[in-house]
Design a protein around this ligand. Sequence first.
Ligand SMILES: [Zn+2]
Length: 255
Amino acid sequence: MSDSKIALSFCCHPDDTEFTTAGTLALLRQKGWQIHIATMANGNCGSAELGPDEISKIRYQEGVAAAAILDAPYHCANQDDVFVLYDRPAILAAIKIVRQVKPTLVFAPSPVDYMADHEITSQLVKTACFTAGIPNIKTDDIPPYHHVPHLYYADPMDGVDNFGQQIKPSMLIDITTVAQTKEKMLCCHASQRNWLLEHHGMDQYVISMKQTDQQRGKKVNVQYAEGFRQHLGHAYPKTNLLKEELGNLAHNLEQ
Ligand SMILES: [Zn+2]
């Protein structure tokens, strides 16, 4: 059993963490946690003008810059956008990152979301958390990690499933005091922000993130909040570590 304070936000695309979990990461950082940010995909479809290699290199640097705001390393499993598969290479890549980081707390995308890349990443991260300790799974010279971390799923885009039904988080984290840090991290993804800025004529990238957090915040009478559901299935820790760490900032919601 590990009690080290290492949190890993393992989402799909290079700006997904900055839309979903970055505020909670910033709060954990203030509590002395070491933060890591990882993505399954390299962002290689994130441009209408640049080729896949060119844009993925830019997006890697943007991921590094955003993570650095929380003194966090950025890891990329280097799968291609839209082609994130639940297959052997992707599972091994996810396990490798979990073994390198050795997290006690992991954030993953919602198991149901608007994009299959996110849903597959959710499954990959779930599997990696559970199987990182299996000795017969070899990941070069990186040894197994014998600890199943607490796992939390971020809210899906717009908070709804594929049929428009609300997916209710079990907990909302009040991120009001770190909302500016989250915005600063998101703005590191200039290639994505500028594209929307030109397209919409307004800063839609940042506005949409803030609107989502405001809507969640309203539910518990705070300015900005992020929503989570904890993985409580077989073999995963069941205590609410986020609540233990963040105290009154974590609002449990009745299901
Ligand atoms: Zn994404």
